[in-house]
Design a protein around this ligand. Structure first.
Ligand code: BV8
Length: 249
C-alpha cells in the first residue's frame, strides 16, 4: 500500500512549490531514460559507439577527423528516437509551464522529447539532434522533414553536421547566458536526471543556489550536486515528478 502522496513529498518542498513565483528546471539524459533513451553514464558504464566512448565520437575533433562516423552515430540515435515518446516526467514538466508566473526549462538533452511533451521556449544548451547545420554558412535544416538526410547545404553546397554541441565546442550563442540569468532570478530550482558532470551546464543549479533558490534534485543516484541541494528525492523522474504537482493540488 503506497503511503499518501503528502508523505512522499517533503512538506517544505510542497510549501515552496505551492508558493513559488519563478521556477527553473534543468534536465539531463535521465529524464528521457523512461522513454527508452539510453543515458550516457548510467549503469556504471558509458555509451560507446563502434568502440569509441561517446565523448570521443561526440567531439569537435571527430567532426574534423571523420564527419561520416559522427553522422552514423547521430543517424543511429535519431532512428532509435523516432519510435520513442515523452514519459510522465516530460509531461509533468510541460504542465508546470502554466503553473507559475515565471517558468524556465533548461535541458542538456538533444532528443526533442520536452518539446514533443508540449514544453515551449526550451533552452537547449547542447543543441538538437533533429537539426543539421552547415559547417560554412551555418544554415540550419530540420531533419524531421528532410528524408533522406541531406549531406550538403542547399544554400552554399558545403557539408552539413549535426546541430549539436559536441565536447570541446562552445554552447549556442546566448543559451548559457540566458539560462544563468534565469537561474539567478528563480526561487525554486529542480535539477532532474543529470549526473552533473558536464560543464558549463552543471553550473546552472549552482548559480541558482548561490542566488538564494531552494534547490531540489530528482535522481535515483547521488551526484556532485547532491550535497548543495536543499532536497534530494531519490527515484525516477517519471514516478516522482507527477507526485510533486499532485501533492500540492
Ligand atoms: C564548453 C551533445 C567552452 C552531444 C553533450 C569546465 C568549464 C567548461 C568546460 C569544461 C569544464 N571542464 C571540462 C570541460 C569540457 C567539457 C566537459 O564538461 N567535460 C566533462 C565531461 C568533464 N565541456 C564541454 O566541452 C562543453 N563546452 O565548455 O565550451 C569550452 C570550449 C572549448 C574548450 C573549453 C571550454 C560542451 C559540453 C557539451 C557536450 N555535449 N551532448 C551528444 O548528445 O552526443 S554532453 C552530454 O552529456 C549530453 O548532452 C548529456 O546530457 C550531458 C550530461 O550528461 P547527463 O545528461 O547528466 O547524462 P548522464 O548519462 O551523465 O547521467 C544521467 C543521470 O540520470 C544519472 O545521474 C542517472 O542516475 C540519472 N537517471 C537515470 N535514470 C533516471 C535518472 N534520473 C531520473 N529519472 C530516471 N528515470
Amino acid at each position: 500500500m503506497q503511503a499518501p502522496i503528502q508523505e512522499l513529498i517533503p512538506a517544505e518542498l510542497q510549501s515552496r512549490f505551492a508558493k513559488a513565483r519563478n521556477v527553473l528546471v534543468l534536465t539531463g539524459a535521465g529524464v528521457s531514460a523512461e522513454s527508452g533513451v539510453p543515458t550516457f553514464r548510467g549503469g556504471g558504464g558509458a555509451a560507446v559507439w563502434k568502440g569509441m566512448p561517446f565523448d570521443v565520437i561526440s567531439s569537435a575533433g571527430m567532426v574534423q577527423q571523420n564527419l561520416q562516423a559522427v553522422w552514423e552515430w547521430f543517424d543511429y540515435r535519431r532512428n532509435l528516437l523516432s519510435e520513442l515518446v515523452p514519459n510522465a516526467g516530460h509531461l509533468t514538466i510541460a504542465s508546470w509551464q502554466e503553473r507559475f508566473p515565471e517558468f524556465t526549462l533548461v535541458t542538456q538533452n538533444v532528443d526533442g522529447l520536452h518539446q514533443k511533451a508540449g514544453s515551449k521556449n526550451v533552452i537547449e544548451l547542447h543543441g538538437n539532434i533533429w537539426r543539421a547545420r552547415c559547417i560554412a554558412c551555418e544554415s540550419r535544416f530540420d531533419l524531421r522533414i528532410s528524408h533522406p538526410r541531406p549531406d550538403n547545404c542547399i544554400s552554399c553546397g558545403e557539408r552539413l553536421r549535426p546541430d549539436v554541441v559536441l565536447f570541446g565546442e562552445m554552447l549556442p550563442a546566448g543559451a548559457f547566458e540566458l539560462a544563468a540569468e534565469r537561474a539567478v532570478r528563480c526561487d525554486l530550482c529542480f535539477v532532474i536526471g543529470t549526473s552533473a558532470l558536464v560543464y558549463p551546464a552543471a553550473s546552472i543549479p549552482e548559480i541558482a543556489k548561490s542566488a538564494g533558490a531552494y534547490l531540489c534534485e530528482v535522481n535515483p543516484e547521488r551526484t556532485p550536486l547532491s550535497n548543495i541541494c536543499d532536497e534530494v528525492l531519490s527515484g525516477s523522474a517519471g514516478a516522482i515528478l507527477p507526485l510533486i504537482g499532485a501533492a500540492t493540488n
